[in-house]
Design a protein around this ligand. Structure first.
Ligand SMILES: Cc1ncc(COP(=O)(O)O)c(C=O)c1O
Length: 388
């Protein structure tokens, strides 16, 4: 089946954080919303069918996790990532970030040092700070158009830390960390006896030419000291279902974590989430995903060529995974406030302010290109007028 990603769907009035939230956030209704990381594409039809079919029963009572859910996740991880994760290693969490926050609470104590690598998805800072742990920020460096890890800095910064929050692939830079890089991370964690929470929510969306590497699969240490968090929500555009899962091969670590989730009574999930996830992790899902990623790649190509031709002061950091593009606008020589004003007030575009991703994000704006390509064209037209 060929899917139509050009279709324009009016999302206004659906309480969409991305669309309706833009008007609330900036208090104006003239902005094209290209910020929050969900897609303007239709959620895949086979996912919607699974939800519709369950709805037809018309009794939404308490339900178990369907038999076969963990097995379908396990089979997907093996097929898509070559990770032989047994179904017994997998458990439900109501979101990757809720999972990371619970991991922080369960595996560390107040005041403990927890490391993040900046710039990174803003809730990484939040789950450390708002749970009264000490935030340790280690910098990523920009090199050759991509972010790289500064292992020397990491080795220095990790002293005394209990936990690392790893973003793999990286958001906002879209880096697919290589096996070699992840091995280094594992070695440095091992030297310091550090546990790892690995956020791999963007894993399924590696773009042509790249391949996701599961952190827990790079070494024995990583396998034994990591809780991995994943979800079908990003890749199949269903984050509104509040559903994700954790994976850990280490029984004692897994039990410690799952006991914590159960102590908060957050292990139940919702009736649609499991069915939607099972419908996504299929051959149909793989086919849809490949078509969607090819479409996103074309949007990135267009964005890059248009920026290169028209705004040479801006540099596109090409994502290696997912649909988020970090735009390096430092060549415009504007303060962050002026940069945000340029995008909002002159270009009428709602992008993410790079500085919200922490140090290293200043001078950047993050643009979401999981939209019909005419949105990307229009965004570039608006930027063109603004910069003129
Ligand atoms: C790296 C990363 N982790 C987690 C999330 C959100 O995950 P969830 O909605 O499952 O909490 C996002 C959403 O943009 C993300 O980019």
């Amino acid at each position: 089946m060929v899917y139509d990603f050009d279709e324009i769907i009016d999302r206004r009035g659906t309480d969409s954080v991305k669309v309706d939230g833009a008007a609330r956030m900036w208090n104006r209704d003239d902005l094209m919303p290209l910020w929050v990381a969900d897609m303007d594409f239709r959620t895949p039809p086979f996912v919607m069918d699974a939800i519709r079919s369950r709805c037809r029963h018309e009794v939404l009572g308490y339900s178990f996790h369907p038999e076969g859910w963990a097995g379908s996740v396990s089979a997907w991880l093996n097929r898509r990532h070559g990770w032989k994760a047994d179904a017994s290693w997998i458990g439900f969490v109501p979101g990757v970030i809720p999972g990371m926050a619970m991991g922080v609470r369960c595996l560390t104590s107040p005041g403990d040092k927890v490391m993040v690598q900046s710039p990174v998805y803003p809730p990484f800072f939040d789950v450390v700070r708002r749970n009264d742990r000490q935030l340790v920020v280690s910098p990523l460096v920009r090199d050759g158009g991509v972010f790289r890890m500064d292992f020397e800095a990491m080795r220095r910064d990790m002293k005394g830390c209990r936990l690392l929050l790893l973003c793999n692939p990286q958001n906002p830079g879209g880096r697919v960390w290589t096996e070699g890089e992840l091995r280094m991370v594992s070695d440095i964690c091992e030297e310091n006896g550090v546990l790892i929470l690995s956020d791999e929510i963007h894993a399924d969306m590696y773009l042509p030419g790249f391949r996701h590497q599961v952190f827990a699969s790079v070494s024995d240490y990583a396998a034994a000291h990591t809780v991995t968090f994943m979800s079908a929500s990003k890749a199949f555009n269903m984050p509104g279902l509040s559903s994700a899962y954790f994976v850990s091969s280490n029984e004692s670590l897994r039990t410690r974590f799952s006991d914590f989730v159960e102590s908060l009574h957050l292990d139940y999930g919702n009736i649609f989430a499991f069915l939607a996830n099972m419908a996504a992790y299929t051959d149909d899902g793989e086919d849809w995903l490949n078509q969607m990623l090819a479409y996103v790649q074309r949007n990135v190509d267009y964005l890059e060529s248009r920026v290169r031709a028209s705004f040479p002061e801006i540099e596109v950091m090409r994502p290696q995974s997912s649909f988020l593009v970090f735009l390096d606008c430092r060549g415009l020589h504007l303060s962050q406030e002026q940069l945000v004003k340029l995008f909002v007030e002159k270009a009428h575009l709602a992008l993410n302010d790079g500085s919200t991703f922490g140090s290293g994000g200043e001078g950047f704006m993050r643009m979401n290109v999981a939209s019909p390509s005419c949105y990307v064209v229009e965004a570039m037209d608006r930027l063109s007028v603004a910069l003129r």
